[in-house]
Design a protein around this ligand. Structure first.
Ligand code: SDX
Length: 431
């Protein structure tokens, strides 16, 4: 934590308090309220954390007004274009782009951990075949703490490192197994001669009955989707991982908590909901009906894949995703994909509508990703598991950063209590 650079003055009830302020390397100054309750006997109130910095971090920076996303200072559009997912993983985990030797060693370490314990296969068979793959992933990832006891001691830096590599390496295997189980096909073991994205595609789409050759267009698109979802500052699921890890819970349990939170349609579940919405709209002529519903305060319907807590300009990931959707669908010969046409027309109509302009609602990362994943052959139920697979490195990087903070305290928010004040118990015969 940087030293206080200036102070803020808080005055109420004829009392005045001086609060230290800190200046970040980028973004708004923060008012340090850690001693506010002790000094002034009051809490601050911010249920959605719209104005609250819950930690200090050096991993990812978002400028929501400028539509900028930086990972350790590098802009997402350059990383998506010039880097690849495992190199971005290294950058997020260790803070710098790797040398060729460092990258080779890192990729080798990840590759050596892609298989899961054979006995874990039994966990999948305990689920119904029609279980949502996110339910399976929450269960299986949480169960990893029952298998990998040699990497659950968070006080041991080496065990933290092994747990990090294991989770990054095994998430594609677990996600692919969840998919295979849901369609009644046999599990496919990882193939260490393949790169990370190609390995995932093969584990999802190959069958023992015939050879499978990875389409390089699809593996490049898959890798780019992983990169675009890798980390995103203190979003809901990352904050869940941080809060869980603040109690000292093991990394597998913390990541399982992050997967559970990501599942919600307001968060990572939006990519599935966005494609289902585009399919429900069906044709461009029905767009006005859905725009009207999205604007109707009495209708809970929202345009899925639109809006963001931080971005009040374009989500830079959505821009890259939209470009990638055009490329992939053209290369796959489905450039006239009706869902993509509806998405582009919906985006155009919404951005010309004053409601969305005034509320600064733009397409987010989830608006176009489902179109690419659908064209690649994934069912909508696999969209959020793929988001979770990619975000694991972000969760792990933020977890490692928090765990190594000597000032780490358990997260324990307070409340604005609105319930009954003290009253004595009343026996049932007197009620
Ligand atoms: C992700 O935090 C992250 O970084 C998340 C993420 C990541 O990488 O980790 O970026 C990934 O989760 C992206 C967001 C995916 N979710 C969706 O696409 C679901 C649809 N979007 C919304 O539910 C909403 O925009 C949120 C949840 C994303 C943001 O909600 P906020 O910041 O709490 O904003 P809000 O709900 O207070 O909305 C502000 C206003 C409201 O109108 P008023 O009450 O002020 O009149 O905008 C309206 C909302 O009704 N609004 C929408 C809308 N989103 C907000 N109206 C129609 N359609 C929408 N999509």
């Amino acid at each position: 934590m940087s030293e206080a650079t200036k102070t803020a003055t808080l005055t109420f009830d004829d009392k005045t308090f001086e609060l230290p302020m800190h200046t970040p390397t980028a973004g708004p100054d923060v008012i340090d309220i850690r001693k506010l309750y002790a000094q002034a006997g009051v809490f601050t109130y911010d249920p959605g954390f719209t104005s609250t910095a819950a930690c200090d971090s050096a991993i990812t920076y978002i400028d929501g007004d400028a539509g900028v996303l930086l990972h350790r200072g590098y802009p997402i559009d350059q990383l998506a274009e010039k880097s690849h997912f495992l190199e971005v993983c290294y950058l997020l985990l260790y803070g710098e782009l790797p040398t060729a030797d460092q990258l080779e060693d890192f990729e080798h370490r990840v590759t050596q951990h892609t298989m899961i314990h054979e006995q874990m296969h039994n966990f999948f068979r305990g689920f119904r075949r029609d279980a949502h793959p996110m339910a399976t992933m929450v269960g299986v990832v949480g169960a990893m703490s029952a298998f990998y006891h040699d990497s659950t001691d968070i006080s041991d830096p080496w065990q933290r490192e092994v747990a990090s590599i294991r989770l990054i390496a095994k998430m594609p295997t677990i996600a692919a197994m969840a998919y295979k189980y849901s369609i009644g096909q046999p599990f496919v073991y990882p193939q260490n001669s393949l790169d990370y994205a190609s390995n995932f595609l093969r584990m999802c789409f190959s069958v023992p009955a015939e050879d499978y050759v990875v389409n390089p267009i699809l593996s490049r698109a898959m890798d780019r989707i992983f990169t675009l979802h890798a980390d995103h500052e203190q979003n809901a699921s990352t904050s869940t991982v941080r809060l869980a890890s603040s109690s000292g819970a093991n990394p597998f349990a913390c990541i399982a908590a992050g997967i559970a939170c990501l599942w919600g349609p307001a968060h990572g579940g939006a990519n599935q909901a966005a494609l289902e919405m585009l399919r429900q709209i069906g044709t461009p002529d029905r767009i006005p009906e859905f725009i009207a519903r999205a604007k109707d305060k009495n209708d809970p319907f929202r345009l899925m894949g639109f809006g963001h807590r931080v971005y009040k300009n374009f989500d830079p990931r959505a821009k890259v995703m939209k470009k990638s959707a055009d490329e992939v669908l053209e290369l796959l010969g489905v450039e006239n994909n009706p869902t993509l046409q509806v998405a582009k027309e919906l985006e155009k109509v919404a951005l010309e509508d004053s409601y969305f302009a005034e509320k600064k609602l733009y397409p987010n990362v989830d608006f176009y990703s489902g179109i690419i994943l659908d064209a690649m052959g994934f069912p909508t139920a696999m969209f959020t598991p793929i988001f979770a697979l990619a975000r694991t490195v972000g969760w792990i990087s933020q977890w490692k950063e928090q765990i190594s903070d000597p000032q780490l305290k358990i997260g324990r928010p307070r409340q604005l209590y609105q319930g009954p004040t003290y009253r004595d118990y009343v026996d049932v015969e007197n009620r």
